[in-house]
Structures are given as C-alpha cells and as structure tokens.
Write a protein that binds this ligand. Structure first.
Ligand SMILES: C[S@@+](CC[C@H](N)C(=O)[O-])C[C@H]1O[C@@H](n2cnc3c(N)ncnc32)[C@H](O)[C@@H]1O
Length: 243
C-alpha cells in the first residue's frame, strides 16, 4: 500500500473567503485533519476558518493542543512542546501508514511562525521517507496591510518581520534600522513599543490591526490610546517610515 501524504495547509488570516481554492481542494481530498488548538480543550482557529468555507462531515478530525510557548532557534525546546509535536507526528504517521492523506490546516501562511513546520520536522526526523507538501496561504502580514490600506514596501524599502517579544534595546535597534516593519505577537508589547515609537517620532507611521478579517476587525491609528489596554492575540503592527 502506498503511504499517504502529509499536507500543511495555510487557510488565511480569518475570513474563509481568503482561503485559496487549492487549500479547499486539498482539505477536501484528505480524510484526516489535524487541527491545531492553542488552548487545552479549546477551539482550533484554523478549523473554524475551514468550517466557514466547506463541509467537514465524515472527516476524521483530531483537535490537538500545542502549548503557546516561546520557541528559540538553536536551543533545546520545552518538553511539553516537544511532547505535543511528537504526539501529533505519531497520529499523522499512523494515518499515512494506512494510506490516508492527512491535512494540518494552519492560520495564515505555513511559512510564518507555524506549528505545522515543527510537526513536519518531528515527523521527518522519525520517518525520513514521508511525503510532505506545503500549501501556501494568505498571511496576516498581507491581510493586515490590506486592512490598514498601506503597502508594506515600495521601491527600495527594506522590510523586516519580527516577533515583538524581544527586549527594548532590540526593538529600538529594529525601529532605527529598517524602513518598514511588521511586528507580530505584539499583543503584550504595546506598552513598551508605544513610548519607543513616540521617542523616535514614528507614532504617525504606525498602525495596528486587531483580528484582521475575523469579523470584529479593528484598525488602530491612535496607538497611545492602546496603552494599558488588553489587546487580542491576533494583533499585528505595521510601522512604515515612508508613509
Ligand atoms: C503564530 S503567528 C501565526 C502567523 C500566521 N502563520 C500567518 O501567516 O499569519 C500568530 C501571530 O500572527 C498574527 N496574526 C495572525 N492572524 C491574525 C489576524 N487575523 N489579525 C491580526 N494578526 C494576526 C498576530 O501577530 C499573532 O500574534
């Protein structure tokens, strides 16, 4: 029996209409879906997006919890995270061995801060012969720029994408160095970023979008008003100096 294929499928930033035709086609043909959930016994955002675009009846769906922990490149990872990747890879491999294709729907695009790649790495480390396909999706990066009606980079602009979890010194250096910046995972860092933006005269060059394309989308230009406010995890900040 031929082994199945493991697909990591980008399902876009929230609006099911922003899923690609290819994503729906691949999900349709895969009998098994591994849907990532950020909370134990919580919903899977990716699955909610998929359910808005297509039927999931008859699918063998595992909603699998991946703890929200920092993953630092080149270091030993947290054991809870490692266990979650291993358990996911085990489930996927069992299906593949039975000849079934498996899809892992993931928010946005798989190439950007995506659990699906850790599952792939874990799977390939144990079973190097496994066939893996990555299906790109619309990232929150592009969707946030669209909601804010701003380009990310034009002409010779240099663009950088960073998770806003660094120390203030690193954030300042980034703000001073690049023409255009996308800060992801920014929801807990605005109290530190806003004063820096103010000091560097960049407040009017910055826009934050909460829950882009998710129904309750909010575009914030007055960033000082966000100080002390609890922001949604799905928040992305764009700073473009040549605005
Ligand atoms: C783990 S990353 C996933 C990124 C995803 N793979 C992508 O391509 O958009 C999660 C971060 O993406 C951003 N994000 C994802 N969806 C978003 C949305 N609908 N609106 C705003 N930001 C979003 C936020 O910065 C969030 O903290």
């Amino acid at each position: 029996m031929n082994k199945g294929t493991f697909y990591v499928v980008g399902v876009g930033p929230g609006d099911p209409e922003l899923m690609t035709l290819k994503a729906t086609k691949i999900l349709d043909k895969c009998p098994a879906w591994l849907a990532p959930a950020a909370r134990k016994n919580g919903d899977s955002t990716a699955l909610t997006i998929v359910n808005g675009a297509m039927q999931s009846e008859g699918k063998d769906i595992l909603i699998h919890h991946f703890p929200m922990k920092k993953v630092l490149s080149g270091t030993e990872q947290d054991s809870e995270l490692q266990d979650a990747w291993e358990a996911a890879a085990l489930w996927v491999n069992e299906k593949l061995e039975n000849g079934q294709d498996v899809a892992l729907p993931t928010l946005g695009d798989p190439a950007i801060y995506c659990t699906g790649f850790y599952v792939c790495e874990t799977l390939l480390a144990r079973h190097p012969d496994v066939n893996v396909e990555i299906i790109p999706g619309i990232s929150a990066i592009g969707a946030t720029a669209a909601a804010a009606k701003t380009p990310l980079c034009l002409g010779d602009d240099k663009l950088v994408v960073i998770p806003a979890v660094f120390e203030n010194g690193d954030l300042r250096e980034t703000l001073e160095t690049f023409d255009s910046m996308v800060f992801m995972k920014v929801y807990k860092s605005m109290d530190r970023l806003v004063p820096l933006l103010k000091e560097l005269n960049l407040l009017d060059k910055a826009v934050l979008v909460e829950r882009t394309s998710m129904g309750a989308e909010q575009v914030h230009h007055d960033l000082e008003s966000l100080i002390g406010r609890e922001l949604h995890y799905f928040s992305t900040l764009i700073v473009r100096k040549r605005k």
